[in-house]
Design a protein around this ligand. Structure first.
Ligand code: PEP
Length: 249
């Protein structure tokens, strides 16, 4: 059972994503501003490089963060040099992992079927998958078709241990977040699509990601159908991230 899901479901979930950034020497200083803090309205989490999972788990003691991974192998175990399995993550008591981030879909040609297979491995190991979906700028006029094809393989997963992150590719790292109207429309569509498949999917949380900053985080989080945020660039500086979280009430 995932640690995040035993928290208050009404709480919003805010996840920082370090991507392939930070060095070992930066880990302990990162957590200093968050020591002995608690944020009542949000569950806080951080997706870190595999290499730093264990040291982050030690260093974050006394802070409100859960530590998770950014990816997992689609394979169970065996001769897959360089891969990390869901069972290996579970053996470190990792509670969640991103899968299907657009950078992986694009740079490593991960199909929606592979992404769903990875999410399944995580669920089988008792880890919460955060499945990222989102359209490119060219795909924006027909976002519904794109999202349907990304979400369909996800419908075979257990809805009780699943989070979706909507991250329009054109908004990631560009400084140009989606508008409130865009987000309401797309999150509404995702929730409708999931619920239409099965009522059990109506409780799946849907996060927004893409150029979230201290300035826009609060209004994005208050938007209809937004259950949390996935934050890349603005999670890298701990002092700035702490200020961003403070705006969330
Ligand atoms: C991300 O990495 O998932 C992301 C949304 O990045 P940024 O916040 O920098 O746009």
């Amino acid at each position: 059972m995932s640690l995040i899901l035993v928290g208050d479901f009404m709480k919003k979930l805010v996840i920082g994503n370090w991507k392939m950034q930070k060095l070992s020497s930066e880990i302990h200083p990162y957590f200093h501003p968050f020591m002995n803090k608690s944020f009542h309205n949000v569950d806080l989490a951080l997706a870190v490089p595999y290499l730093f999972l264990q040291s982050c788990q030690e260093a974050h003691n006394g802070t409100p963060f859960k530590i998770g991974a950014q990816d997992v192998s689609a394979h169970d175990n065996g001769a897959y040099t360089g891969e990390i399995s869901a069972a290996q993550l579970a053996s470190l008591k990792i509670s969640f992992s991103l899968v299907g981030h657009s950078e992986r879909r694009k740079n490593f040609h991960e199909s929606s079927e592979i992404v769903a297979a990875k999410a399944k491995r995580l669920q089988n190991a008792g880890i919460l998958p955060i499945v990222c979906v989102g359209e490119t700028i060219e795909e924006k006029p027909h976002f519904q078709d794109v999202l349907k094809s990304q979400l369909e393989p996800v419908l075979s997963l257990d809805p009780k241990n699943l989070v979706i992150a909507y991250e329009p590719v054109w908004a990631i790292g560009t400084g140009m977040s989606a508008s409130i109207d865009d987000i309401k429309r797309v999150h509404g569509f995702i929730k409708y699509f999931l619920k239409e498949h099965s009522y059990d999917f109506s409780s799946v949380r849907v996060l927004y990601g893409g150029s979230v900053s201290e300035k826009n985080a609060s209004s994005l989080l208050q938007c209809d159908h937004v259950d949390g945020l996935l934050i890349g660039g603005a999670s890298l500086d701990p002092v700035g991230f702490d200020k961003l979280i403070a705006t969330l009430g």
